[in-house]
Design a protein around this ligand. Structure first.
Ligand SMILES: [Ca+2]
Length: 285
């Protein structure tokens, strides 16, 4: 074998690892695009709120009969999400709330800027949305209950995105010394605040990249509450409506079973709770 040929083969051997890396990067790129998790599927607005694109699709909303702690308002049924939408990656934070509403709203609030905003009623949230919509060319709104559960499940069918068992290391709940403190010790050792929510994004995200869909704070949805989940309530905001609105996801305050993907509760739209905040949908079309 001549020297020239040997040199060529040697160069080819040296190139192999490089070619493999290029190939793996190419495959990763395809995976990111196909699973909807590439950067092109995220939008960050002028307030630093990040929104992740949720593709259209079909899913089983509600819980199976076999699910522990399920209640009668979780009848399982097929739901079609026909349009893509962008959902906020985290709950709305105190910093984001103040940026829109001004500091005077939360003089007595404790917690870091990254703490989710709470004690905001459904009506308060509508004021926030109206102000935000005036400062930005984009349009914001609350998610419908179906959109919320679709994004919470992120393709999973178990009680929580990680499985069927609640776990202090996966989400924020039972962090209340007066009511239920099963997880207080764990959170204390993890450096998280006790007797309140954690800064947003303190736990691992679900498979689609959303943080704290399970726990931390309950999240207002747009829909009026109906007992039969198969017939969703009106989700057009009506300032004169005092019908109860849906809240989803459970909170730091009490039981882990309230964090289940299918769990539902509701409240008067004027109620302010230390357990309840929200996240937004960004309309792009
Ligand atoms: Ca939450």
């Amino acid at each position: 074998m001549g020297n020239t040929l040997r040199l060529k083969l040697l160069s080819l051997d040296m190139l192999k690892p490089v070619l493999w890396c290029i190939w793996i990067l190419f495959l990763c790129q395809i995976w990111l695009v196909q699973t909807g998790h590439g950067r092109e599927n995220q939008i960050t607005n002028h307030l630093g709120m990040t929104f992740i694109r949720v593709p259209p699709g079909t899913f089983q909303m509600g819980s199976p009969d076999s699910e522990e702690h399920r209640t009668t308002n979780e009848t399982q049924h097929l739901v079609h999400i026909r349009k893509p939408f962008y959902l906020q990656q985290t709950e709305v934070t105190l910093e984001q709330w103040r940026a829109v509403m001004g500091k005077s709203w939360f003089i007595r609030r404790k917690g870091s800027d990254q703490t989710p905003v709470t004690r905001v009623s459904f009506y308060d949230v509508q004021k926030f949305i109206r102000k935000l919509n005036k400062t930005d060319s984009a349009r914001y709104r609350l998610p419908s209950e179906a959109e919320w559960e679709y994004a919470c499940r992120a393709g999973t069918t178990t009680a929580y995105f990680w499985g069927n068992d609640i776990d202090c290391s996966k989400a924020m709940y039972a962090n209340n010394p007066k009511k239920l403190c099963d997880c207080c010790g764990y959170y204390r050792s993890a450096g998280l605040p006790v007797d309140g929510p954690a800064p947003v994004g303190s736990f691992s995200p679900n498979p689609w990249g959303f943080y704290d869909m399970h726990g931390n704070v309950w999240e207002w949805c747009a829909d009026e509450y109906t007992d039969d989940i198969r017939t969703p309530g009106v989700n057009t905001y009506d300032i004169f409506s005092s019908r109860p609105r849906v809240r989803r996801g459970g909170s730091w305050y009490k039981y882990g079973q309230f964090l289940r993907s299918a769990n539902r509760t509701y409240a008067h739209p004027g109620a302010r709770f230390q357990t309840t905040g929200f996240r937004l949908v960004l309309e792009t079309e």
